[in-house]
Design a protein around this ligand. Structure first.
Ligand code: R5P
Length: 297
């Protein structure tokens, strides 16, 4: 079965990079909104009976999900035999349990919804915290890729004498891996989240690292509060201004600016979500998998 890459609006750069590197042709879709806000879509390139690789990164997913589902319906009606969703950032992974009585476990609902529409899923560093694997909520074959080798290369190349810092216990899985690959020491802090934008981190005992450059590594930067709190503590300890690395640049412009203003030396992210802070290209990761049939688990 041949393959074609289609993409949702906003994924143009990564889609054309992947297409160039893999030689898999890009399909085109004409999208527009009717005056009442409903979505019009038309495949301008026939998908035929091919396997469709649908590239759709999913920050702020609510506006994207209906067009995405409609597009998968159109692919099937027009003959595609298999649809693999390539979501470099996979949304709705953080509500992974009922934290308060009556809450919906939206990670599971979202997974069940997508599993009904696509045949396979490829993603990069999903927020697996209380879930150990996507298979706990997704019923389709899936493959999780890791940006950590690319982050480690960037650190080796860009930062002198790094001390990697994970802002909370969840980040240890990324920080430990990056630190090992970059051959750098690391510490992991304790975080207490009081609310969406109210985060406390424990004072780290890092006085012995005063001659190092702190490098904060987290999977998601969203409100930026986790990193901002951490920067505050590092400043009080008179450590150098830290490099801040996030795999997924979920943040708004205002939150990005607030993070820079808080004292980050630089904020660098991967291109799983397009943003001006993207400094680490992970397209090779996706190419390697898209080229192979994703008979994946
Ligand atoms: C949390 O569990 C994640 O690993 C990140 O630390 C968190 O999503 C960052 O969010 P924010 O930037 O809103 O503090």
């Amino acid at each position: 079965m041949g393959k074609m890459i289609y993409f949702l609006p906003g994924n143009e750069n990564l889609a054309s990079l992947i297409s160039k590197k893999s030689g898999i042709p890009l399909g085109s879709v004409n999208w527009r909104s009717f005056p009442d806000g409903e979505t019009y879509l038309r495949l301008e390139t026939d998908c035929g009976k091919q396997e469709v690789m649908l590239l759709a990164t999913l920050p702020h997913p609510n506006d994207k999900i209906l067009p995405l589902l409609f597009l998968t319906e159109a692919f099937r009606e027009l003959g595609s035999r298999r649809i693999t969703l390539v979501a470099p950032y996979l949304a709705y992974m953080r509500q992974d349990r009922r934290f308060h009585e009556g809450e919906g476990i939206t990670s599971r609902y979202f997974a069940q919804l997508l599993s009904r529409y696509v045949d396979g899923l490829i993603t990069v560093d999903p927020h697996l915290h209380r879930y150990h694997s996507l298979n706990e909520i997704y019923s389709i074959p899936n493959q999780v890729l890791h940006a950590t080798p690319f982050i480690a290369d960037w650190i080796r190349d860009q930062v002198k004498n790094p001390l990697l810092i994970g802002p909370d216990s969840e980040s240890e899985q990324w920080v430990a891996d990056v630190a090992g690959r970059a051959r750098a020491p690391y510490v992991v802090l304790n975080k207490i989240r009081q609310g969406d934008r109210d985060v406390e981190v424990s004072i780290p005992q890092v006085e012995k690292w005063l001659d190092h450059t702190p490098v904060l590594v987290d999977d998601i930067i969203s409100s930026g509060r986790t990193m901002i709190e951490t920067i505050g503590h590092l400043k009080r300890l008179q450590l150098k201004a830290p490099e801040c690395i996030g795999i997924h640049a979920v943040f708004s412009e205002a939150d990005y600016q607030a993070l820079l203003a808080a004292g980050a030396a630089r904020v660098t992210t991967t291109n799983t979500i397009p943003h001006e802070s993207n400094g680490i290209d992970i397209s090779d990761l996706l190419v390697s998998l898209i080229e192979r049939p994703p008979e994946i688990t």
